[in-house]
Design a protein around this ligand. Structure first.
Ligand code: M6R
Length: 373
């Protein structure tokens, strides 16, 4: 049932304040003044110590689910101190890459039925790793065959383009980071700030959804473009990959997400006054590096669209508002910022698709759940 919306993708983008609330429900505890703030992940309680002691955490997934894990990687590394590596499921299986008994392998999949991810799970089980599932589908193959796991509780996602599952996946993995790091006194203040940020996140998402009309206007400007680049780094490298995936998947416009730190190693050659480039430059430890990326793109007359924190328009637009278009988003705790930052890009992909006259909920050649190799 699409309710008041025209498409499932549109509905699922707009219901993210509610889906994030249900993802967190019953899992975050903010006790009285003497009680510490904590996270409870029922499905992991018997395994959390083993995860904490593992030699490595390996995230495995495809498409959007992989991108969500990439967004969560820095906070898991920071709070757990355990090295985190990333695997695209098909590539791990193709390479028969090393997976050990001392590893925790985390399988991220909205449907829980993706063939490549399932094959990687079989492989990790054979190699003796502790296997954790993060899925949105109770009773799915990945939920059944992993040793333990966390359900997204984001509600059924129907649009082929994953939107609300992505933001719920990031939140679940942020909670996983909090749960693994729960025994460290040194990071208690950081953990509590993240828990406060999680409680407030649905409100911030509600706020950023107000950009809907602005993103429709931007889509009108981009409607006839051939190509789009998206640059991000740090927590928002994933935002660049996921934003570009959304645009290409539904609007059928070529788009590439890139690590801003790689700009000078090739992509800079593409820059001219015609190619639209989105730069994610919200406030975090990488902000000044993104400012200099913007300056370099500006010096080459790049056509810039900058996603920045509220009030930062002047700080990110070297030549004033005529030189670039700015999308201001609310600032949240750095590790939660990818949840907020992806939303204008989801809205852009949605409006571009409708304006270009393509099928939003069922893009050509794609299936919601890829159950064959
Ligand atoms: O169900 P899964 O999360 O395992 O699906 C993985 C990908 O097929 C999926 O995320 C795909 O990339 C989406 N259609 C992207 O919007």
């Amino acid at each position: 049932n699409k309710g008041k919306y025209e498409h499932y993708m549109q509905k699922e983008i707009h219901e993210q304040p509610e889906s994030l609330t249900t993802t967190m429900r019953g899992r975050l505890k903010r006790g009285g003044s003497t009680k510490a703030k904590t996270v409870l992940l029922g499905g992991l309680k018997d395994h959390i110590k083993s995860i904490r002691r593992s030699r490595r955490i390996v995230f495995i997934g495809c498409g959007t689910s992989y991108n969500a894990a990439l967004a969560a990687r820095p906070i898991i590394e920071e709070l757990s101190g355990v090295p985190v590596t990333m695997e695209i499921a098909s590539d791990l299986v193709d390479r028969q890459g090393p997976i050990y008994r001392e590893d925790t392998a985390v399988f991220v999949s909205q449907s829980g039925e993706t063939a490549d991810t399932l094959l990687a799970l079989e492989y990790a089980l054979e190699n003796g790793a502790l296997c954790v599932g993060i899925t949105n589908t109770v009773g799915s193959a990945i939920a059944r065959n992993t040793h333990c796991g966390i359900h997204l509780n984001a509600g059924c996602e129907i649009g082929v383009a994953s939107t609300k599952a992505y933001t719920s996946q990031i939140v679940v993995m942020a909670m996983l980071a909090l749960a693994i790091g729960d025994d460290a006194i040194s990071s208690q203040a950081r953990r509590e700030a993240i828990i406060d940020g999680l409680f407030d996140l649905p409100n911030k998402v509600r706020e950023v959804l107000k950009l809907d009309q602005e993103m429709k206007e931007l889509a009108k400007l981009l409607i006839a473009e051939q190509s789009l680049l998206v640059f991000g780094r740090g927590y928002n490298f994933a935002t660049a990959l996921e934003g570009a995936l959304k645009v290409k998947e539904v609007s059928l416009m070529h788009s590439e997400g890139m690590l801003a730190g790689e700009m000078k190693h090739g992509p800079l050659a593409l820059v001219d006054e015609n190619l639209p480039i989105i730069v994610i430059a919200t406030r975090d430890a990488c902000f000044s590096k993104q400012q200099s990326v913007i300056q370099q793109l500006h010096a080459r007359k790049g056509r810039l669209i900058v996603v920045c924190s509220k009030g930062d328009a002047a700080a990110v637009c070297p030549g004033g508002s005529s030189s670039c278009r700015v999308i201001e988003v609310p600032q949240v705790e750095d590790c939660l910022q990818p949840v907020v930052n992806i939303i204008p890009l989801q809205l852009l992909a949605y409006h571009l698709t409708v304006l270009r006259g393509y099928n939003v909920d069922q893009p050509r050649n794609l299936a919601k759940s890829v159950t064959t190799q």
